[in-house]
Design a protein around this ligand. Structure first.
Ligand SMILES: [Zn+2]
Length: 312
């Protein structure tokens, strides 16, 4: 099964890209595929307009899970890699170690976790859930490529364990000033916290991406400015015949989870550069100063080339 994993920081345009990729007849995606923890009494809608329990696509996924002896919850599919109830402890067991950002140590940690039988059993069940989900989605849509736009780079390391998956990586990156503006607004953070988070997140993505032989970097701004060239690069990357954007990404059948963009009715590309008007000069100076400090201290780091692409 061909799986294209979309990794990026939050607020980098992954939902837009998911819609655009889903419009290719050979590609299926639900964007983020671990489920959406909506309130029990909320009528959370799929992008097709139906609530998840009424959506034919998700009914099909639920049936595939039942067939494989797996429980299926419409709020949490069981495809996320989670070993314990505590979010922090789970992060230490399946994602980043506390404070340390080191791939060798994370690999050693993964081997230790795998040596604990109940953890190994849970991870195997979660692998099976991912396999069941992806194979049912491909069958339902008669597609040959599944796109998982869950973004988290540690998740792709888990997926690489599943032997049936032929995994390729799409690394989507957006202007850090734009990401910072969205982060500051949504999470109520100041500019320093927002840009420091972006740098840490990007370092994790780049570090884990080096473990994969097939990685395609894509700039969000290129996607908006030259949509057909960018889509053709991605389609070629996964060995598909390039299909240009038809002008309406809602025209194809879609069952996309993710941010509210899925329900706004927006069906064309609107490049978001509101940071240019909405960030104060002081915030831009803070962000630029932090980015320049990073490139000065890490001139050879892959992230420095990306930062220079945006600041120069
Ligand atoms: Zn749907």
């Amino acid at each position: 099964m061909k799986v294209l994993y979309l990794t990026s920081s939050s607020f980098s345009g992954s939902t837009l890209l998911a819609f655009l990729l889903n419009a290719h007849p050979e590609i299926i995606t639900v964007s983020e595929m671990i489920g959406w923890q909506y309130d029990q009494d909320e009528d959370f809608e799929c992008s097709c307009g139906k609530t998840l329990p009424d959506c034919p696509f998700f009914q099909n996924i639920a049936a595939a899970f039942r067939k494989n002896g797996l429980p299926f919850d419409f709020r949490q599919f069981g495809t996320g890699y989670s070993l314990v109830g505590s979010e922090t402890l789970n992060r230490y067991l399946t994602e980043c170690l506390p404070r340390i950002r080191n791939s060798s140590l994370e690999r050693a940690r993964d081997a230790l976790v795998m040596a604990v039988p109940p953890f190994a059993k849970t991870l195997k069940r979660q692998d099976l859930a991912n396999r069941s989900f992806i194979s049912a989605a491909l069958e339902y849509s008669h597609s040959s490529v599944f796109v998982d736009a869950s973004k988290d780079p540690h998740r792709m390391r888990h997926l690489s364990r599943v032997k049936d998956f032929d995994l390729q990586v799409l690394y989507l990156v957006r202007d850090p000033r734009g990401v910072s503006r969205s982060t500051m607004k949504t999470r109520k953070w100041d500019a320093t916290r927002a840009i420091e988070w972006w740098i840490r997140d990007q370092q994790n993505i780049l570090r884990i991406s080096t473990e994969f032989s097939s990685v395609l970097p894509v700039y969000y701004e290129d996607l908006c400015d030259s949509v057909n060239d960018t889509l053709a690069r991605i389609h070629n990357f996964v060995d598909l015949q390039p299909e240009p954007f038809c002008g309406d990404f809602m025209a194809a059948e879609h069952h996309i989870l993710g941010n509210s963009m899925r329900l706004t009715g927006q069906s064309n590309i609107q490049k978001n550069e509101r940071w240019r008007e909405e960030l104060s000069q002081a915030d831009i100076d803070t962000i630029t100063g932090t980015l320049n400090d990073f490139t000065a201290n890490n001139p050879q780091h892959a992230l420095s080339a990306i930062i220079k692409h945006y600041l120069n």
